[in-house]
Design a protein around this ligand. Sequence first.
Ligand code: OXD
Ligand code: MN
Length: 649
Amino acid sequence: MAAILRGFLIRQAYNCTKSLVASMPACNLTTQVTPPPKVVKGKLEDLQPHIRQYILEKVDVCQPDNIHICDGTEEENVSMLNQLEKDGMIKRLTKYSNCWLARTDPKDVARVESKTVISTPTMRETVPIPREGVKGTVGKWMSPEDLEKALGERFPGCMKGRTMFVIPFSMGPLGSPLSKIGIQLTDSMYVVACMKIMTRMGKKALAALGQDDFVRCLHSVGQPLPMKTPMVNNWPCNPEKTLVTHIPDRREIQSFGSGYGGNSLLGKKCFALRIASRIAKDEGWLAEHMLILGLTNPQGHKRYIAASFPSACGKTNLAMITPTLPGWKAECVGDDIAWMKFDKEGRLRAINPEYGFFGVAPGTSDKTNPNAMRTCESNTVFTNVAERSDGGFFWEGLEKEIPKDVSITSWLGQENWTKESGKPAAHPNSRFCTPASQCPNLDPAWEDPEGVPIDAIVFGGRRPKGVPLVYEAFDWKHGVFIAAAMRSETTAAAEFKGKAIMHDPFAMRPFFGYNVGHYFQHWLDFQQKPGLQLPKMFHVNWFRTSEQGKFLWPGFGENTRVLDWILKRCDGEDVAQNSAIGLVPKEGSLNVDGLDGPLDMKALFNIPKDFWMEEVQEIRKYFEDQINDDLPKDISNELNSLEDRIKAM
Ligand code: OXD
Ligand code: MN
């Protein structure tokens, strides 16, 4: 009764009518209830009715003390950063302009795939039924009943004593026909500060929405005030109860208990990949875990590629590559997510739905990614990196850039940190959250509402053995098979420990918004559609090692050499030859002029029969165990053909 009464009071307070109000039993207005929250910024009455209704529904459940409707202005941002500093949640990195460091509770440091679920009426809509006795690993389903119970155990009263921030945001350039709008409700000011960097947010997103529908995103750190347990690092979270849920039928996300990254910046993995991949299936486009890169050759011919790699394979480095080949220019459109749609002329067009980069810090340096370094030297929120005594940041990979008299405090707060401690200075999944507009090699068309035209789609993984530097798919169907069979070494971006080669189809394993088998079919279906100029598809592996464990390929800027070959193929040049696994460069066709040191081309391009026989068995087992009855026939046919070709080697 108290809850119904509270709902009534809230709607009365904001003068909003709802059928619930009409159907209310007569009740005693003197009953003790929490007063409705105070709107401390913005006006609920100014919002579109469907947004207001969503907010009030969630206010009813979460019971915040205040509501703050974000306008997205710089003043608002500055006041929030100042407040976060006062609260001890972030600290200024004085060496740079407007840079901040947050240290999380060490229990809240990465995406939690084991606690990330998708809820649909039937399990099969979300995940294939694995082979009997096998545990499914491609997504996690929750029944609507279990979901309701789980949400009911978490959200009621979860924002007591806190402010609910309302963040209207656009994924994609404002007003682009390819963009979508979301509204995130959150009780974390840190999340607001990061969403301001990662999305186009505030009043302009509301204006772009008009009366259209939006993706509903609810987030709580899961710690109503006063907190019952002491806070660690001034970072409220509730790791025991963390749950990241998606309800694709309702275009809705509800995330509880974690303040970090993909668990809390709901525009990113939750919306732009999981929910968007489902919208894309329904509407006939593609939402992918891909970077977008513009490449201009010395003749001035510009083309764009999209490339898909699992987390921690150097996607951000490739997206911001500094070419070593003379005369080449590379320009970044996006480093993590691509939304792609065929236009009226049949060209595949891509936008980057994000507005910033949420990049893994360790390993980023002037040598590996100077553009990222320049990007994050101002207006950036760092999380879980180490700190220098001169107010700078530090992480593994920056050892050479540290003056002698400067000491380091680790992400765990250990002062005078040294390597000898045996622990990393920065958490392996520590991040920079930085505005894309600051990237020195940002592509001039990165906000083109029509998107940029894609000529090649590149897949890749971290494969120390057996997989050549580059090969091309025979056709679209073969390309879809290559992507479906992708494998890579595990990453620090999620909760996994140790190194193992994991299957990661399309680099989307943690991000599929629906049944992976149906997702493969969605990709295959484009082949049947008339009038499409299907891009060529490739697979690359920068990470092959020698018997001694040394990388065979220099990587980084030198990867332009591989991209040069890929684009020659897009131009129809006769520089490829058949192999059992795809088309590989003809001898001498990969430009290695001027490369330092000896290059073992044989070892780089070797296709060992034993390795590939095993690989085929491994892929077959994975498909049968995990995708089972939902594996499209075209994919199993491709696997059989690959096996036949390898046997004939
Ligand atoms: C990321 C990831 O954070 O892929 O981009 O994990
Ligand atoms: Mn990613």
